[in-house]
Design a protein around this ligand. Structure first.
Ligand code: SF4
Length: 232
């Protein structure tokens, strides 16, 4: 079960801030978004065990991929992948396995994934191997898969092959992009249409630091939209 609720937090000057509290029923871990660790300790120090800081959009200290067992070859669909990790509860509904693609040209100020910007970062892997790693039993129970970047839409052929493979395996897919849905559809590329048709939730738009406060669940900033079934 995945629990998420929103609470209201008041500072000394009666400023209201939205926070998100997520309880992972498998591990019992509580993830709180929207509060500094010291603020959380002030609020609930007598209720909680000592906590640790996590990054705003992913667990910290997850190493980037250095090697793949099957380098892309023989014309098989491939993807340049920066990182794969499991058990994220902040990047789409429920407990998710996450694939972070390599390369981004948008360079949003305040991006927390600067290391993924170079187009030659990460490693190139056959989509078949990517799927195996993303659906590793280590990530179970799994509510779905989240694909984020970098910028996934820089690799249309590989992304489309990945989406098809994940849907064949019955996965719910949340897809992040720094482009807006309008920007993507205006390119009139059949591969983009096909990718969007396989997407359960699209979270679109660049990260805007000035709009990051009170962004709520899943989003980095309030300009981003959460779009269910984007081609419907
Ligand atoms: S689109 Fe995402 S990865 Fe790219 S610069 Fe913006 S926040 Fe960073």
């Amino acid at each position: 079960m995945f629990l998420s609720s929103q609470a209201t937090f008041y500072t000394g000057v009666a400023r209201m801030r939205e926070t998100t509290w997520i309880i992972d029923s498998k591990s019992g871990a509580l993830t709180v978004e929207g509060l500094q660790q010291s603020e959380l300790a002030q609020l609930a120090t007598d209720l909680l065990a000592p906590g640790k800081q996590v990054n705003c959009a992913r667990p910290i200290n997850i190493e980037p991929l250095r090697l793949s067992s099957a380098q892309a070859m023989n014309g098989e669909p491939s993807l340049r992948v920066f990182r794969i990790y499991h058990n994220s509860v902040v990047e789409g509904p429920g407990r998710r396995s996450v694939l972070q693609t390599a390369g981004c040209l948008l360079h949003c100020a305040g991006c927390i994934a600067v290391e993924t910007w170079p187009l030659d970062s990460g490693v190139e892997m056959e989509v078949r191997e990517v799927v195996e790693r993303v659906l590793n039993p280590e990530g179970e129970p799994r509510a779905g898969v989240t694909v984020l970047g970098g910028e996934p839409f820089l690799q249309l052929d590989g992304l489309l092959a990945l989406m098809k493979a994940l849907k064949r395996r019955g996965q719910h897919v949340t897809l992040y992009t720094g482009y807006t849905l309008e920007e993507l559809t205006s390119r009139c590329d059949a591969r983009i249409e096909d990718i969007l048709a396989l997407t359960d939730i699209l979270i679109d738009g660049p990260f805007v630091k000035e709009l990051s406060e009170n962004a709520g669940e899943w989003r980095g900033s309030t300009n981003q939209a959460i779009i269910y079934n984007p081609t419907r």
